[in-house]
Design a protein around this ligand. Sequence first.
Ligand SMILES: Cc1cc2nc3c(=O)[nH]c(=O)nc-3n(C[C@H](O)[C@H](O)[C@H](O)COP(=O)(O)OP(=O)(O)OC[C@H]3O[C@@H](n4cnc5c(N)ncnc54)[C@H](O)[C@@H]3O)c2cc1C
Length: 460
Amino acid sequence: MKRIAIVGGGIAGLTAAYELAKLVQAGNPVEAILFESTHHLGGIVETVREGGFILECGPDAWVTEKPWARTLVEELGLAEEIIPSNDATRKTYVLIDGHLQAMPDGMRMMVPTDLAALDTSNLFSPEAKQSFHNEITRAGELKSSAPQQDESVATFVHRHFGDEVLEKIGAPLLSGVFGGDVTKLSVRAVMAPFVAMEREHGSLIAAARARAATNSKPAAIFTTLRSGLGTLIDHLIAAIPTNWIRLGDTVQYLSREDDCWLIGTGKEIERFDAVMMAAPVDVARALIEPIAPQAADLMSMEASSAVVVGFGFANATSLSLPLGFGFLVPPGSNNLLLAATFMDQKFADRVPPGGRILRAFFGGAAANRLMRCGNDEIAAIARLELARILGPLPEPQVTVVRRWPNSLPQYAVGHLERMAELDERVSSLKGLWLLGNGYRGVGLPDLIRDARAAAQSAAT
Ligand SMILES: Cc1cc2nc3c(=O)[nH]c(=O)nc-3n(C[C@H](O)[C@H](O)[C@H](O)COP(=O)(O)OP(=O)(O)OC[C@H]3O[C@@H](n4cnc5c(N)ncnc54)[C@H](O)[C@@H]3O)c2cc1C
């Protein structure tokens, strides 16, 4: 019987445990123990259901293009629960000088596919619009000057579209997902498809248009579950043997002895044949450092924190919001918010009749400051910040505040090379797998894909 320890019960650790449970059913002689330091499973994935509202405390959806979350959800018997984002009314706004300006239709992140829509947009100055038009004519130059090495997102976006586009949409689009600073983020790690587009076409606009012309009608950009992503967690838990799960058990110590792994929790030390490390990267790094300091060095990365505040407003017909999914706040504007989502407009069935959900998202330095405040104070600040932009808000019926410290690891320039070296070092340790959002993607589909693949190789 092979004994496998899983450290951390977020989506990565739970998916690994689920896959191992399936392998056991298929006749593989495996036993797993999942150590989770808190008393609940799911990590950042959490849904609060109260008063008819469905409030996501962490992720609210996955990117439809990546198939791995959907496959898992279908396998768990949740196909009926799958819903798309309301893309017919998809619009994202950017806060400019205190006003919400809509991003033009047809944007693929910061790349427009519809230049006519771009030309009528109020978001960009005439100079920025011209820089988009020029990007197509600069295709040859952009292709031949594409660097051989990794570079920052800022340098990449700047080379194609200039300062204004970087500041107004490049920085806010990426900082909410990848924790932070576009001058440090690796373009190859966080915008790989765009790097490939540059390599092939030079111009990103030409590449995006070529792709749009060959694709049939695109599916909705985001997918989620009708009753919230917490349902995915509930179904994963139900598929894992209960005697595998140890709640309130923090792994404090990891070592190797005679080809075995020793895991210490403060209560006892146990032996395992393999370890699937699915704790956040800073925790994983500290645990691995005594055994493999060079691997730990490669795991050292900045991570930014997030604070999420969700408000459920009952009978909120007075609250009229612009059509669309929400807005982004460029860094440097006089506002603590990083973004806000109009949840009931983004997805169906989130609210009771007449209800509305607004979700405020704080990141970086603002999140670090807010993190030290009490929940009531955080909620009051979030309400004030939203009201400054959207106008007076009614009294919420439901308020949810969540702090997610160091939850968004920053993939800095050179990340892919460092991860390749880390993989080599980790595989030489025999029986160790690193899972979670510090390594090969932060989105749920990536984490699910990696956890399943790792469980299959750990079990054999
Ligand atoms: C606010 C926010 C919004 C997001 N939105 C989206 C989105 O819409 N779509 C998307 O695809 N992704 C989104 N992401 C990213 C995604 O949610 C995360 O990358 C993912 O949930 C991380 O899962 P994980 O299992 O790696 O880590 P976690 O969820 O952090 O789980 C790690 C677990 O390890 C436990 N742990 C820690 N230390 C120990 C220890 N020593 N011993 C035992 N257990 C330990 C923790 O308690 C935790 O439960 C979002 C992230 C944030 C922060």
